[in-house]
Write a protein that binds this ligand. Structure first.
Ligand SMILES: Cc1cc2nc3c(=O)[nH]c(=O)nc-3n(C[C@H](O)[C@H](O)[C@H](O)COP(=O)(O)OP(=O)(O)OC[C@H]3O[C@@H](n4cnc5c(N)ncnc54)[C@H](O)[C@@H]3O)c2cc1C
Length: 231
């Protein structure tokens, strides 16, 4: 069992020259100069940021698609990654339940709503134990792992390597940092954003829930962080 319910997220790959790459892409659209001259022509961070903010702020998002980042993620549930893999502009490599057999008690995540209730938590843990025994019985009887896994729950812990471009990360942050998103994917996406902001602090205003960028809430049920549009 995972005692610590926090996702473990590391940024394992990113371009060193992120700002310069985006600046070059954006400037190329409005310049007679060759992109390589634009690239070599400036190191002025303020100037680069100003152009990027103007271009991205006006919805010219293709310029940030040049930036690809990769995260190594573990200690998250299959329920969480099932939501992540719905995003279509990402690449994934996930621990396989076909090729990696569970040995003994499989790792799992307990949602805090259950973990905070001693009685329900204890029932939950017992049930995970029962599932584990059932899984083992199937495997011991020669059932392939790809079929035995049918009894495993959404709570099973998993690992995934996820790559995406900056446009998609901003989109995902806008959707999944919203309080309407499920708590675990919200924590995981927050950890992904925090990892990137550590090395690229200028991204902070973009990696926010959508209401921060819209200035209003477009959800049916609002958490009250921003007023609804009709207010
Ligand atoms: C709070 C919340 C609740 C949810 N509840 C449910 C639910 O109950 N059931 C359910 O099935 N899903 C649910 N989802 C998942 C949701 O429906 C989307 O599948 C998921 O959020 C991916 O979002 P997306 O399509 O915007 O983004 P991505 O797949 O990341 O794509 C990014 C953007 O690219 C464009 N795009 C991508 N593919 C296409 C395409 N084929 N055609 C045109 N444009 C495209 C769109 O503009 C899209 O917004 C929920 C998501 C959230 C955030």
């Amino acid at each position: 069992m995972e005692e610590n319910n926090k996702p473990v997220v590391h940024l394992i790959s990113r371009p060193e020259n992120m700002l310069k790459t985006i600046y070059t892409a954006a400037r190329t659209c409005y310049s007679a100069d060759m992109p390589i001259n634009i690239y070599n022509g400036t190191d002025d961070e303020e100037k680069m940021l100003k152009l990027i903010e103007r271009v991205v702020g006006s919805g010219h998002y293709s310029v940030i698609e040049h930036i690809q980042v990769t995260f190594a993620i573990s200690n998250v549930s299959r329920a969480c990654t099932h939501q992540l893999v719905r995003h279509r502009h990402m690449s994934f490599s996930q621990k396989s339940q076909r090729y990696v057999k569970e040995k003994g008690q499989f790792d799992y995540l307990i949602p805090p709503t259950i973990a905070n209730n001693e009685e329900l938590k204890s029932k939950f843990i017992n049930f995970m134990g029962e599932i584990s025994k059932q899984y083992q019985e199937l495997v011991d009887a020669g059932i392939p792992a790809e079929d035995a896994r049918s009894v495993l729950p959404n709570a099973c812990a998993t690992s995934i390597v996820a790559s995406l471009n900056l446009r998609e990360l901003i989109h995902i942050a806008n959707l999944r940092l919203c309080t309407r998103a499920q708590y675990e994917i919200r924590m995981m996406v927050k950890a992904m954003c925090d990892e990137l902001i550590k090395v690229e602090p200028w991204l902070k205003p973009y990696l926010v829930p959508k209401c921060e960028r819209l200035g209003f809430c477009d959800e049916d049920k609002s958490c009250g962080r921003k007023p609804k549009l009709n207010q």
